[in-house]
Design a protein around this ligand. Structure first.
Ligand code: ACO
Length: 400
């Protein structure tokens, strides 16, 4: 039986809600999400409309500043970002100290944290918040490409600021000094959609982390770095890497999707979950997954890529959605289920998938951090129910 006295601590009763399944931590005007109906809106605009009509930078501006930019506002924002894409050469020295096989997420979190050291006004209190925002938006894609370039044994590419945000990222990732590189518009468009779909998702694990760290008045770089670390976990953004690894494993084993559905049904004993399935809030479907599934079909056919993993993913989805275990628990494919298939078709390696998520989520983290500051949220400090020993007497070491 539930004993309410367990919820009492020295100062009165506290609410115990492990994993914050039903606890609102803040009010927010940024993202509306209805998990029952499968609705997602940024600042009131539907995700479906934004993904089909807007550019990623427009959406970033919308999230951060609250309104869609006018032409003039957009030009200003974009050109400010263009002029800050270079990364201090001393950051390269930090990067060069990492082992070549260090996971790109650990490199990204570390270098973003290091940025505060290069811009000390961010923590000395005399900085310009908009400049920090621009620097982060501009430099994250540059830093993100470094790990990949080095893993290939290639020289790092400098940004080319005549290119747009997404084109510049693709150029830094894929251009080789020995040949001309032109951006395929199909690739740029697919990436634009993916980044928009990832741009914000209210109080998820990484965003709550950004807010919690920022609530102590830690600077923007430190807060975003913490968010990147939170995103890395396989139950959150790291799931996109896990999904492809799982689908590859199914393919290598002969494509037996039923076996994996069975294993996942016994998650309690096997410890195995279907990555890319289930969501804390969506209990109907994840609207982002719907858009991504269609985009995966479009992109692969436009690029002429025939990836058997897409068929395995569809087979797995069908098998799960016809299974009582998944139906009764309302477990549907989430945003991570099909995104990796598109990233692969674009030539992005598996260990960079979560980095792509971070590039997409950056404006959301910034917007939430900014809102948290502007609404003067108090420092975040959850309570606990103590379950340890009652008072004990110290025993000297020789008597233990
Ligand atoms: N495979 C098998 N069973 C699952 C799965 C899954 N992917 N997800 C949830 N379940 C089961 C649980 O075992 C539990 O079963 P029970 O009722 O018999 O105990 C029930 O469904 C509820 O699951 P919880 O873990 O309590 O749900 P929660 O809201 O805490 O977790 C989460 C949500 C973390 C997304 C979970 O569904 C999961 O681990 N999914 C796989 C990882 C993944 O894809 N993460 C990406 C999420 S989207 C994002 O972060 C961008």
């Amino acid at each position: 039986a539930f004993d309410i006295s367990n919820l009492r601590d020295q100062t009165g009763y506290v609410t115990l809600d492990r994993g914050y399944k039903n606890t609102g931590a803040t009010k927010s005007a940024i993202t509306f999400l209805d998990g029952e109906e499968g609705i997602l809106r940024y600042r009131g605009y539907s995700i479906e409309e934004l993904a089909s009509k807007a550019s990623f930078l427009e959406v970033a501006y919308l999230l951060i500043y609250g309104e869609l930019p006018t032409k003039e506002q957009f030009t200003q924002f974009e050109s400010a970002i263009r002029s800050h894409t270079m990364v201090n050469e001393d950051m390269r020295k930090i990067f060069d100290g990492f082992p070549v096989n260090a996971h790109p997420m650990c490199v990204l979190a570390s270098l973003v944290s290091a940025m505060s050291g290069f811009y000390p006004e961010s923590y000395e209190g005399n900085g310009d918040e908009n400049l920090d925002i621009v620097r982060l938006m501009a430099k994250l894609p540059t830093i993100a490409t470094w790990s990949y370039k080095r893993s290939q044994g290639h020289p790092l590419n400098y940004p080319k600021n005549k290119l747009g945000y997404i084109e510049n990222f693709l150029q830094m990732m894929f251009a080789l000094p020995v040949e001309d590189y032109t951006v395929d518009p199909v690739v740029a468009e697919a990436l634009n959609i993916l980044l928009i779909l990832h741009a914000d998702h209210e109080q998820n694990c990484s965003t709550s982390t950004v807010r919690l760290v920022g609530s102590s008045q830690a600077n923007l770089y430190a807060s975003i770095s913490a968010g990147i670390s939170a995103l890395w976990g396989p139950l959150h953004g790291g799931a996109n890497q896990e999904v492809i690894e799982m689908l590859e494993e199914i393919k290598a084993g002969g494509g037996d999707v039923a076996k994996y559905v069975d294993m996942a049904k016994n998650a309690k004993t096997t410890g195995f979950r279907l990555f890319g399935f289930g969501h804390r809030v969506y209990k109907n479907f994840d609207p982002r997954a719907k858009i991504i599934k269609k985009a995966a079909d479009d992109v692969l056919s436009k690029l002429g890529v025939n990836d058997p993993v897409l068929e395995i993913a569809k087979g797995l989805e069908e098998a799960a959605l016809n299974d009582e275990y998944f139906v009764s628990r309302k477990l549907y494919p989430n945003v991570d289920f099909y995104s990796g298939i598109i990233y692969r078709a674009l030539g992005i390696p598996t260990n960079m998938f979560t980095v792509m998520f971070a590039i997409g989520r950056l404006p959301g983290w910034i917007a939430q951090w900014k809102e948290m500051r502007e609404t003067k949220e108090p420092i975040g400090r959850p309570r606990q129910i103590y379950t340890g020993s009652t008072l004990r007497e110290f025993v000297p070491m020789e008597n233990r």
